[in-house]
Each structure stands twice: as C-alpha cells, then as structure tokens.
Design a protein around this ligand. Sequence first.
Ligand SMILES: Nc1ncnc2c1ncn2[C@@H]1O[C@H](COP(=O)(O)OP(=O)(O)OP(=O)(O)O)[C@@H](O)[C@H]1O
Ligand SMILES: [Mg+2]
Length: 420
Amino acid sequence: MAKQNPNSAIVGLDIGTTTVRVVIAEMIDGELEIVGVGEAESKGLRKGVISKPDLTVESIRRAIEAAELMSGLHVDDVYVGLGGAHIKGQNSDGMIAIPGRHQEITRDDINRVIGAAKAVSIPQGREIAEVLPQEYKVDDQDGIEDPLGMISSRLSVSVHIVTSPVAAKQNVVSSVQRAGFNVAGVYLSGLAAAEAILSDEDREYGAAVVNIGGETTTLAIYQRGSVWHTSVFPVGGTHFTNDIAVGLRTPIPEAERIKREEGCAFRMLLTPEEAAELIEVPSVGGRAPRAVSRQILCDILEPRAEEILAHVQEEIKQAGFDRQLSSGIVLTGGGSLLNGIVEVAEQVFNAPVRIGAPGDFNGLIDEDMQPAYSAAIGLALYGLRCELGLVSGVASRQQQRRPPANPLKDKVKSFFGIKR
Ligand SMILES: Nc1ncnc2c1ncn2[C@@H]1O[C@H](COP(=O)(O)OP(=O)(O)OP(=O)(O)O)[C@@H](O)[C@H]1O
Ligand SMILES: [Mg+2]
C-alpha cells in the first residue's frame, strides 16, 4: 500500500503538449533522491495551453499514478509548470527614494522597488506570472546583487517580467485539482528546465537555453546570474513528424517512429553509403510500403531544423545577446533528441551548442530520455527551493537568485550529477 503523508516528498509535474511527466523526489537521510518518475501521453493541449481540460485531467492522473506506483508514495501536493506559446517576457525598471538620511536599505524597500518595477501596463486578460530581479542600483552604483543593508537615498532595480493569459494558469491549476491533487506552486516550465541544467557558471557568463518541446520551443537567456530574455515560439518536434508524414505520405505514428529511429537533421553526418541506405516507409490507405533513402529523410528534416533554430537565433540577436553568450547555447526538451540537431544548431548560431540534461537519475530513466525530463526535474527543484523557504514571495525570490551556501543544495547538485 502507498505510504501516506510523505512530508518530505516533492513532486514536479510538467504538463507538455505531447507528454505529461512527473518526478517524485524525496529527502532521504538529508539527501534529495528521485524515487519515482511517471509519464503519460498528453491530451487536450494545443501549443502548450490546455484547451480540453477533461482530457488533460486524465493524462495528469495517469502520469502521477505511474510515478506513485514506482515510488510507493501517495502524492498530494505538486509543483506544476506553466508553458504555452502565449507566454511573453519583458524587462522593466523601478526606482524609489529611501526616506531619511543615511538609511539602510531594508527588505521592505526591496519589495517596494520591485513593486515599482512591476507597475507596467498589462493587456487585459493577461497577468504577471513571474518577476525575476536582475540587478540593483544603489544611488549611482550599479550592478548590485543584493542591496540589503546598504546605505542609500535612492534604490533602483531592473527586473524581467513574464506575463501569461490569466486563463492559461487557471486551467493548469483547475486541471491538477480536478485530477485530485493540490497545487503547491506554479512556475514557468521553460525556466524550470533551464535551471535544472545550467551551472552557476553558465548563468553567470551567459547561456541561452532552447527547450524544444512538441509544439513549443522556449528560449531563456541568462547572464550575470539572472534572466534577461524569455520567449516561446509555436514550433517544436511535432513539426518534424508532420513534415515526414506529408513528405513521405506515411501515417503520423510511423512518421514519429521513423524520425526517432532513422532521422538525421544534418546531412554532413551521413557517409555516402549511409545517405544511400534505404528505409522502409509504410504507406497510407493500405498501399504497399515504399523504400526511401536516408538522404531524402534528411532533406525533409534539415531545412525544418534550420528554420526553427533560425527563429531562435533571430530572437537572440534582436535581444542583443548574440555575441555575449560565453557558455553557448544549450538545447533540451524531447525535440533536442533529434539526431544531428546539435550540428545544425552550431551552424545556425555560429556558437558552441550542447545538449543539456539534468543528469543522473539513479537509472530510473533511460539516459537518452533525460533531456525530456529537464522541466519536471526543474519543477521538483523549484519545489525544494520553495520548501526551503527560498521562494516565498518577493523577498525570498531575491535569495533564490543567489542561494546561500547550502549543504543540501550541494547534495542536490551531486545527486543530479550537475557539473558546477
Ligand atoms: N529520439 C527522439 N528523436 C527525435 N525527436 C524526439 C525523440 N524523442 C522525443 N522526440 C520529440 O520530442 C517532442 C516532445 O518533446 P517534449 O516531451 O519535451 O515536449 P512537450 O513538453 O510534451 O511539449 P511542449 O513543451 O511543446 O508543450 C516530440 O515532438 C517528439 O517527437
Ligand atoms: Mg515541454
């Protein structure tokens, strides 16, 4: 029988367009361990947004049940991700006067200046999903990470604000509740994925995380330890599958299988012999299968990969970060598993590119699938930060940017095999 009241269990739930993924982590002897994972085919979402909650509720239930079964734990509270093509990021500034002479900046002042930076006009039907402080300016001294206790008469802050349609979050929360679980916290799944795979150095020196999902691709740019740009594109791995289905006139499930098993998005990886090799492609409507060369499959995948990544590159350029990402581009998400995508990305970005995965799962997950679990793991890590009191409200979010030296965190890091 499943254990009740697992106070130490932390559950990350990533409701993706193609797959719902769950990670159950538990504090065991002071160390965080992943004790259960589960996934289920996702239904009722379009471009990362829940459109048919009845179907999504069932997918959530099945994914959590699978993780419960593996862990022997009973899940109540979950930390759930918010995604979707309608999510938008923008930067903003705020400034306040510190009353009195030679006053120390208090936690209250910090909350106040963040409140001032948040006071941007937001279109009707949207809400602020996240406010991420970037840096503070105390009088004329800029680049301050934490102004608490400094003497000043004027305090400024720059923040990254992420907004989302009000209904998107409501649908996520109500679907989780209807599935029978309590929402302990909501966090952007794109940021959760990035935070699960980036080292402190990556965040400091500059990195762009490109999370290629099923119908969305999320970009998050980090520098000097903070988030400077986020955006979501309505494209993802499903587009490759559809291109194969149309181009080779084969049913979608076959196209998906061919993509995963035989696909290559970078022509130069194939030797002439491999390029000429024939793949059997089932036809639609009961017709006989046909033989198609690997080269033809590559001719379908490569331009689509270039197109998707070129959109991302354009956005990085527009944001002014194209020559500033010393730690390069990190691809993650299920779509990053496409053979050859790193090589295409290196050409498009003209920068170092690698696949980012959260690391060792104690064998609970096939190593090849780990990048697809970045968001679910990141949500469990977010949950851990919440439960350590590092994320409650604006003040502790400040701490969250620069978590204090914490043996627990090191254990988490070493558990996940994160190289820092
Ligand atoms: N081995 C593989 N080779 C190529 N593509 C793969 C492979 N494994 C998974 N994918 C693709 O990854 C995509 C799904 O990725 P992921 O699970 O990260 O998306 P999601 O979270 O469900 O969707 P989204 O983030 O857009 O809401 C699918 O298009 C799938 O075909
Ligand atoms: Mg996803």
